[in-house]
Structure formats: C-alpha cells, structure tokens
Design a protein. Structure first.
Length: 78
C-alpha cells in the first residue's frame, strides 16, 4: 500500500495502516488521529490508544498517560 502526501491525510489512511501493524501494548499518536473509529480499531488489536483529544472535545484528556505520550517522538518520522 502506497500513499502520497498530497493524496490523503494520514488520519484518513490510519485504519488501513493500523490493520497491518504488529501487536503493541500502546499506540501513541498526536491529536490529528483523535477519533473514536481509530481508538476502537486500536483496541481491537489489543493495544491501548494514547491519543490526546482535541481542544473542542467534550471528553477531555484526564485519562491520557502523559508520561507515555512523551515517547511519541521516538517513532515519529518526517
């Protein structure tokens, strides 16, 4: 599967990308991936989503493990 940056936003491609990822204890992403669809797909792979909610979210970020979230940069590319 090949995506070009100008063709699709990463959040739209996320379900296809999550489907092919190996099992992980945690899936850490930024606010751009804030959707229940993405969170649910991550949970179905027996992984815990660490995704901050956007500012306009009614749920808020009280449940985010900010210590884990700080490690997001270790796998971020480009």
């Amino acid at each position: 599967m090949v995506f070009k940056e100008q063709e699709v936003h990463a959040a739209k491609a996320a379900p296809d990308l999550i489907a092919i990822l190996p099992k992980a204890d945690y899936s850490i992403t930024d606010k751009g991936y804030d959707s229940e669809e993405i969170r649910e797909q991550i949970r179905k792979k027996s992984s815990t989503p660490i995704i901050p909610r956007k500012k306009n979210s009614k749920t808020g970020n009280a449940d985010i493990d900010w210590c884990l979230y700080k490690y997001r940069h270790l796998v971020a590319v480009g």
